[in-house]
Design a protein around this ligand. Structure first.
Ligand SMILES: Cc1ncc(C[n+]2csc(CCOP(=O)(O)OP(=O)(O)O)c2C)c(N)n1
Length: 899
């Protein structure tokens, strides 16, 4: 042990004050005093004094300009490092085998099949991180307990390779990595859709993992505080890349995690200093940058930079010359040092200063070469993981410094191109074998044999024993949970089904439905209403009082509106998730709730209500990831439609979301016109998701336009769900022709007005259909078309579109979304098909002005219908000209989607 005065001497020599110190004697006294406190009273006392000093300095107006990060060394000093609880040698051997199998999997796939892709370098850098987790920390539970682990996506080969050793995956599956179509394959990245018994969380799109992990940890607390599940012993671990931290989603939830004291959450950032193209921060230091970021956000930061063999070097370094050299080394140079051998490192790093040379004077080049970064050292990693688990009150991030392509030698280690390295020649493979002392003959290497020690081997026994001690296998996804009883729609939704032309908007209707469902004894507590600071916009303020806003700290202030009926009530067991202005965060919460049936064995039913423009368009990739993980819940796109949301203009008016929703395979998307349709859709969704366990979710758009809501005709429920029903038949006096008019969402009312005008003014009769979902109609029609193609000679099955739209009278389909939306069914209809929609940028104006502008108002429906009939030869062309003139449409007006 150093004496306090010796260590003070060292510090004084290395201090930044240096010769500028005007009173070295006094400086020494201060430093020695601190050393004495540490020695006599311990770290905590020293910390308390420092905090007091800092406070006093601030009070005196002395503001220290210190960098927001600590020195470039391990946060946990050697003295605080616990003994390693595992068998280090055995774990090294197991890791080597997993490394080999992961590498062989990728190289085999690419050697045999050309360009299947896959990554070697990322897992090579993360192997020790994962193995420490698997052997000592990641707890599983054969039921629904256990920890949740978000895996760095392109490390998937390593996770598969380990599952193979555990006997969870077969050799054939490994050989089928990235070949899923024939069955028995393994997906490129974690995808619950593709491997529903294995992966829980899709992380392949950078940034989705980090934000999802945060909101998952938060949701676990929500379940706990609401008394739904005991999650107190469970943790969320997220292993992510340092490059990945560039994504806004990666850092978007950091302050929430600290604010809500999520000490059940640990991030491990695999800081191999590289991303795909090159260094993450060639001219800077990503680790220091991340430390500043995370500590500024309120996280506990643990840096694991240097391996155990550096301990001796630090001990010899009396002047902190290592720290100074580290501080002066940009990441681009660390990469070059990492890619080169001991000789190069001796010359280019230690050779910089006599003190540095001195530190390694007795070491051979081979020993210098073997110096490990902390992220490859089990002991250092274990100490950090353990400290993270023990840390209370804040989430922890472990910044683990690693080498990309660790162990790949000249074939990749810290090479610029390592991310893309998918093929290794035999010499490189042999070097890898030798480097990790793998029991493989040259022939085994050449054919890239997968290694699996016999069942009786110590390796397999150890592996099994460790996993058994931690509760079982992981990752593992459960498919099912209990069903929930669904109340009878006729009971709670009469106001909508039998609306008798009462005026209301569909937004009001959905909020009323939600309010009623929340009161249901069984289903009610399972509902998770979510808003991103728009509850008042959608008339949901009553929920503040009714179910309370979730806040882990309850309400520590008297709300300004305490005296009002609908006061802003925050509560520890509050049910509403008021996320603030973060659609990405709200969507992540929605996903956590929507997958709770699988992840926690507790079916929950989230309703996330938001500005529809800020959904699929803004956070579409998060929705895609939710779809991948078989989310079940409702997304309610409110203030929907490009002309129905009046004054809000270009960035708010949504004419797109239904097209994107229709491309999401397990999303059932609806744009109902009427409250009754909405009630039928919600009831159907509830049954499908909560009782039939269908892996689908529902996107429903609702509008804020008030209009009379009709009672629905009897017997249309099934057709509403299929996507369309005939709402009205309009006959004209002295009828000259008939058309089919399809209206979707709010534009149905324009279509109904058009039907009346066609009959009254132009003697044209019509059948008006309410289309609740062009997407569902198209899906069904595609299925029918395909079945018929593959079953020649058999009697054809008919799609819903086909049975509804018999005959070949022209069809005009109008919607508040872009024309591509109704055009989804165009190919499946008979008769001329004309789509009217809202292509172009939105703008602020009244609904009627906007509908005229986009040419979806009733006049335009009439003109389009007459034109279609004229083009069929059923009506004379001059009727169209007459209508254009009568309705005052200027044929030379600017094209709306170009204006
Ligand atoms: C949203 C998104 N953008 C781009 C990619 C492509 N991509 C895959 S891995 C990768 C680099 C990752 O670097 P890093 O996070 O540092 O991880 P490493 O492989 O270095 O461990 C990129 C750009 C992606 N998967 N997702």
């Amino acid at each position: 042990m150093e004496t306090s005065s010796a260590s003070t001497d060292n510090l004084l020599r290395s201090t930044r004050l240096g010769t500028a110190d005007t009173d070295p004697g006094e400086t020494r006294e201060w430093l020695e005093a601190l050393e004495d406190v540490v020695r006599v009273a311990g770290h905590d006392r020293a910390l308390a004094l420092l905090r007091l000093l800092e406070e006093q300095a601030q009070q005196r107006g002395i503001v220290a300009n210190v960098p927001p990060y600590s020195a470039y060394r391990n946060t946990i000093p050697l003295e605080q490092q616990p003994a390693y609880p595992g068998d280090l040698a055995l774990e090294e051997r197991i890791t080597a085998i997993v490394r080999w199998n992961a590498l062989a999997m990728v190289v085999r796939a690419n050697a045999a099949y050309g360009d299947l892709g896959g990554h070697i370098g990322s897992y090579a850098s993360a192997a020790e991180i994962f193995e420490v987790g698997f052997n000592h920390f990641f707890r599983a539970d054969e039921g629904h307990g256990g920890d949740l682990v978000f895996f760095q996506p392109h490390s998937a080969p390593g996770v598969y390779a380990r599952a193979y050793l555990e006997g969870r995956l077969s050799e054939a599956q490994l050989a089928n990595y990235r070949q899923e179509v024939g069955g028995n394959g393994l997906s490129s990245y974690p995808h619950p859709w593709l491997m529903p018994d294995f992966w829980q969380f899709p992380t392949g799109s950078m940034g989705i993992g980090p934000i999802s992990a945060i909101y998952q940890a938060r949701f676990m607390r929500y379940l706990q505080h609401r008394g739904i599940a005991d999650t107190s012993e469970r943790r969320v671990w997220g292993v992510f890349g340092d490059g990945e931290m560039d994504e806004p989603e990666s850092i978007g939830g950091l302050t929430l995690a600290a604010r809500e004291n999520l000490d059940n959450l640990t991030f491990v950032i695999n800081c191999n200093l590289q991303r795909l193209d090159g260094p993450v921060r060639g001219n800077g230091q990503i680790i220091q940058e991340l430390e500043s970021l995370f500590s500024g956000a309120g996280w506990n930061v643990i840096k694991v930079l240097w391996g155990s063999d550096w301990d001796a070097l630090f001990a010899r370094d009396k002047t902190h010359s290592l720290l100074r050299a580290f501080a002066d080394t940009p990441d681009g140079e660390y990469q070059t040092l990492g890619a080169n051998d001991g000789k190069y490192n001796f010359e280019r790093f230690f050779g910089r200063a006599p003190e540095l040379r001195e530190i390694v004077a007795t070491m051979s080049e081979a020993e210098i070469d073997a110096l490990k970064r902390g992220g490859h050292d089990f002991r250092k990693l274990h100490a950090a993981f353990r400290a993270a688990m023990l840390h209370q009150g804040r989430p922890t991030v472990i910044l683990a410094k690693t080498k990309k392509g660790y162990g790949m030698g000249d074939a990749g280690e810290s090479r610029m191109t390592v991310h893309q390295q998918k093929k290794l020649d035999v010499d490189a493979l042999k070097a890898f074998r030798d480097r990790f002392a793998l029991p493989l003959s040259d022939a085994d290497v050449a054919r890239m044999k997968f290694l699996r020690p016999p069942e009786t081997s110590r390796e397999i026994a150890y592996l099994r024993e460790r996993r058994a001690a931690l509760g079982g296998a992981l990752p593992a996804r459960r498919r099912r949970s209990a069903s929930l009883a669904i109340p009878d729609v006729a009971g709670y939704a009469q106001f909508a089904l039998r609306a008798e032309n009462k005026e209301m908007s569909t937004t009001m209707a959905v909020v009323r439905l939600l309010g009623a469902l929340l009161k249901d004894k069984t289903l009610g507590p399972r509902i998770v209403p979510i808003v991103a600071d728009e509850a008042r916009t959608f008339g949901m303020a009553n929920l503040f009082r009714q179910v309370g806003i979730y806040s882990p700290t309850g309400q520590r202030y008297e709300p300004e509106d305490a005296g009002s009926m609908l006061y802003y009530r925050e509560a520890r067991d509050g049910q509403l998730l008021e996320e603030g202005i973060t659609e990405a965060g709200a969507l992540s919460s929605w996903t956590a709730a929507a997958t709770s049936y699988s992840v926690h064995g507790e079916p929950m039913l989230p309703f996330y209500i938001y500005y529809s423009m800020f959904g699929f368009q803004r956070v579409g990739d998060l929705i895609w990831a939710a779809a991948d993980q078989r989310a079940r819940g409702f997304l309610i796109g409110a203030t929907a439609g490009r002309t129905t949301l009046g004054g809000e203009g270009l960035q708010h008016q949504d004419g797109n979301s239904h097209v994107i929703a229709a491309m999401t395979p397990n999303c059932r998307a609806y744009d109902p016109a009427f409250a009754g349709e909405l009630a039928i859709i919600v009831d159907h969704g509830l049954r499908r998701m909560m009782q039939e366990h269908a892996d689908e979710f529902y996107y429903v758009t609702v509008m804020n336009e008030n209009y009379p809501q009709p009672s629905l005709p009897d017997g249309v429920a099934q057709d509403v769900i299929k996507g369309m029903y005939r709402f009205r038949r309009v006959d004209a006096v002295q009828e000259r022709a008939r058309v089919r008019l399809l209206g979707c969402g709010a534009i149905l009312r324009e279509v109904l007005a058009a039907a009346d005008m066609l009959a009254a003014d132009w003697n044209v009769g019509s059948d008006v259909y309410s289309v609740t979902s062009f997407g569902e109609l198209a899906r069904d029609a595609r299925n029918a078309e395909r079945w018929n193609r593959f079953h020649p000679g058999q009697s054809a099955i008919r799609s819903h579109v086909d049975t509804m739209l018999e005959g070949d009278a022209p069809i005009v389909a109008a919607t508040d979304y872009v024309r591509a939306y109704p055009q989804l069914i165009a190919a499946y209809t008979r008769g001329r098909f004309v789509a009217l929609g809202t292509d172009g940028f939105g703008r602020s104006d009244t609904r009627s002005a906007l509908r005229n502008f986009f040419e979806v108002g009733s006049h335009h429906v009439v003109i389009a219908a007459l034109d279609a009939l004229a083009r069929e030869g059923t009506l004379a062309t001059d009727i169209v000209a007459e209508a254009i003139a009568r309705y005052g449409v200027d044929p030379s007006r600017a094209v709306p989607w170009e204006a």
